[in-house]
Structures are given as C-alpha cells and as structure tokens.
Write a protein that binds this ligand. Structure first.
Ligand code: CP3
Length: 368
C-alpha cells in the first residue's frame, strides 16, 4: 500500500527533546534514557498481542505496530525519553525479495548460497511500495505519541543484513558469510552497497514519515577483524550516513541525528568517531565508559552501555551499575552528549519492574 506522507509541521509539538539534545552533543539536565527492544517479550502486554498475531503481522499492521511501540511509553510514563518504532531489521531483505520467517528466530528458507543467487533478488526496490507499512506505522505512532517523546526510526547495517541473507538465520560460526567475503570479495562488496542503497531510501522515507532520530544496527560488526570491518562494513556505513544527509538536505527534510550501534566493534571506535559521519555511537558493555570518551575525543555523542544481564541482579546491583555508568560517561562533572541505554537489547525474562528501576536510577544519578 503506498504511504501518504504527512506534513511534518502538522505533528504535535515535542515536549521532551532530551534525546535530540544529547545526540547533538549538548549538555542535558539529566541523561535521556531508553532501551533497545523496549517493546518486546519482557512485557506481558506485548506477549498478549503476540498470542493472536505473528511477529511480521505486527510489523505490517500499523495499528498493531503503533500499539506495541506505545506499550513501554504508557507503562513507564515519564521515565522513558524515546520511543522506537516496532519493526525489524529483516524487513529490508524482505523488500529485496527474500522470504523471512520468525520461527521463533529469523529463518530464511532460501538464503543466498552463491553469488549466482543474487540474481534472484529484486532488480530495483520500490521502498515506498514494499515498506510503506513501516512509514504508515511511523506516521500513526508519531501522532499517537502526541509529542511526549521523540520517535526513533532504524535499519540494519548492510554487513549484518548481508550476514543474515547468506547464513539464512542466526549462527555461531559465521562460516557461510565468511566464505563469501573471503572467496567472493568483489561480489560481496557489490551486494553490500546494493543493500546500503535500499537502507538510504528506507531511512529517508522514515524521516519523511515522522522519525526524529535514526539508528543503524550493526549487530555483527564484532565478528569482523579490524581490517575486514574496513573492507566489508565501514564503506556501506559511510555510504548510508553520507547519502541520508545529502537526501534530507536536498528534499528539505529536517536534519536528523543518526546513531550507529556497531556491536563488538570497539576496536573501531576512534576511527568511527573521526570519520563515519554519525552523531552518536552506541556502545556494548565490553568497553569502559571513560575509555570510550577518551577514544572518541568529544567528536560524537555516546549511547549505552550497561550489560543487559545486570537487570537480573536485583535492585542493588542495578543501582550501583547505573551509578558507575553515570559517573563514567560524565564530561568534566556534567551530563553531556550521552544517551543512557543498555549495551544490547533487553532479554525476555527481565521483570519489567527491574527495567523501571533502571530508568529511575538513570534519572537519579545522571542529574547533575
Ligand atoms: O528495539 C525495539 O524495541 C524496536 C524493535 C526491534 C526489534 N528488532 C523487534 C523484535 C528492533 C530495533 C530490532 C532490531 C533487530 N532485529 C536487530 C538489531 C538489534 C540486535 O538485537 O542486535 C537484529 C539482529 C534483529 C533480528 C532479529 N529479530 C532476531 C535475531 C530476532 C530473534 C531473537 C529474539 O530476540 O527473539 C528477532 C525477533 C524480534 N525482533 C523480536 C522483537 C521484539 C522478538 C520476536 C517475537 O516477538 O517473538
């Protein structure tokens, strides 16, 4: 279904811009906080929706996607500073012509086995036609949010998407995708850029639909050596940041902060801050906040990075981890250029009350 893009000035005014100010590198009275996978299986109200609707059905039905996006905002009213549209990174491979199931993890019945399989992908991708349902969900959610908090749009990084398209699902060894990059490096690079072009159209469309910040998830960046990251992930990440900014300016769209979460790629933190073109870098928990600050030299904002499993440690463990994290990210004693988050998505067994305590602790200890 083609999407009707809204007039952005018609949206209700934003009442809480902490996230956007922190992403622009500003000081904030306290750190904005949200968590990856904040609408997800740890919430009973989400599991209730999932009882009667399949995962991708929720993604494709704007009423349902809006409802689950709003669930954490409603439950943690006044404690969350951002919403993230309910969708998945794997909608891009779907738009490129691949079948993707969730059973319950990602499952591609017909993955790309050799470069000859690339011919099976759609020659051109009409993102508005294939992913218009995401744009509709964003527009509807932005209206329903009524300016309470900003809405984040997102996509997967080409390297991570390419890995899923070749592996056909989750993997521990990455054998198939590593075979591709080492045996067919040129074909791999060509496909990575093709995915990147779809990501550019998709992210620009999300801003046109109402997204106020964009995040690129490179969940598998850590599987590459620093050398191979430079060959097989960085170019497409730079392609995305450069071209999204160009297109937003050319189409008179709001200049929108962009976050890169390259999980496991702390080896590349300094150089990503220097020249990848992102406003904020998301961190996993494998790096000390103060060390990350030193590496990025004030060039970007940071997001993260408590180990999500601390949420299983009880209130005292959460409180002391949050306090340490707030001190670690502080710049000259101030809260600045920092978006509090976990170092990866929240996991299904977490008690929502413990997530709530995490938000409360961030609010308390980052106020300076
Ligand atoms: O963060 C949010 O709340 C927004 C929604 C969102 C989902 N997936 C919903 C989801 C976002 C931003 C994603 C991103 C995503 N999807 C990533 C990048 C972030 C990361 O976690 O590394 C990746 C790698 C995927 C692919 C994916 N989708 C996997 C590996 C799985 C199965 C594993 C799991 O956690 O269940 C999914 C399914 C998925 N995506 C769920 C949700 C809430 C759970 C599925 C369900 O409802 O049954």
């Amino acid at each position: 279904m083609p999407h009707q893009f809204p007039t952005l000035s018609d949206f209700p005014p934003l009442k809480n811009d902490l996230l956007l100010r922190a992403a622009r590198g500003e000081k904030t009275e306290r750190a904005p906080v949200w968590i990856m996978r904040q609408a997800g299986r740890y919430l009973p109200e989400f599991r209730e929706v999932r009882k009667s609707h399949e995962f991708f059905e929720v993604c494709r039905t704007p009423d349902l996607a809006t409802e689950v996006t709003l669930q954490p905002i409603r439950r943690f009213s006044g404690l969350l500073d951002a919403s993230i549209i309910f969708s998945d990174i794997l909608v891009v491979p779907q738009a490129m012509g691949m079948e993707v199931l969730m059973t319950p993890g990602p499952d591609f019945p017909d993955p790309l086995r050799t470069p000859a399989d690339v011919d099976k992908l759609n020659k051109t991708v009409d993102v508005e036609k294939e992913l218009g349902y995401v744009f509709s969900a964003i527009t509807q959610t932005r209206m329903a949010l009524d300016g309470q908090v900003p809405l984040i749009g997102f996509c997967g990084a080409p390297w991570t998407l390419f890995a899923y398209m070749v592996e056909g699902g989750g993997t521990k060894t990455f054998q198939k995708v590593k075979t591709w990059i080492f045996k067919y490096p040129e074909e791999s690079k060509a496909l990575l850029l093709r995915i990147a072009d779809v990501c550019v159209d998709f992210l620009v469309g999300q801003v046109k639909a109402g997204a106020q910040l964009l995040q690129v998830f490179d969940s598998w960046a850590g599987e590459l050596s620093p050398h191979d990251f430079d060959l097989f992930s960085r170019p497409s990440l730079v392609h995305i940041s450069t071209n999204v900014r160009k297109r937003l300016a050319a189409e008179n769209l709001p200049s929108t902060p962009i976050t890169l979460f390259a999980k496991g790629a702390n080896y590349a933190l300094a150089s990503l801050a220097e020249s990848a073109g992102y406003d904020t870098l998301g961190l996993d928990w494998q790096i000390d906040p103060a060390e990350a600050r030193r590496l990025v030299k004030g060039k970007v904002a940071l997001q993260g990075n408590m180990d999500p499993n601390v949420l299983y440690g009880g209130r005292d463990a959460i409180e002391s981890a949050v306090k340490r994290m707030c001190e670690g990210f502080a710049v000259d004693g101030s809260t600045k250029a920092w978006i509090a988050n976990l170092g990866h998505g929240i996991t299904p067994e977490v008690n929502p009350e413990d997530a709530k305590w995490f938000f409360e602790c961030v609010q308390k200890y980052s106020r300076r």
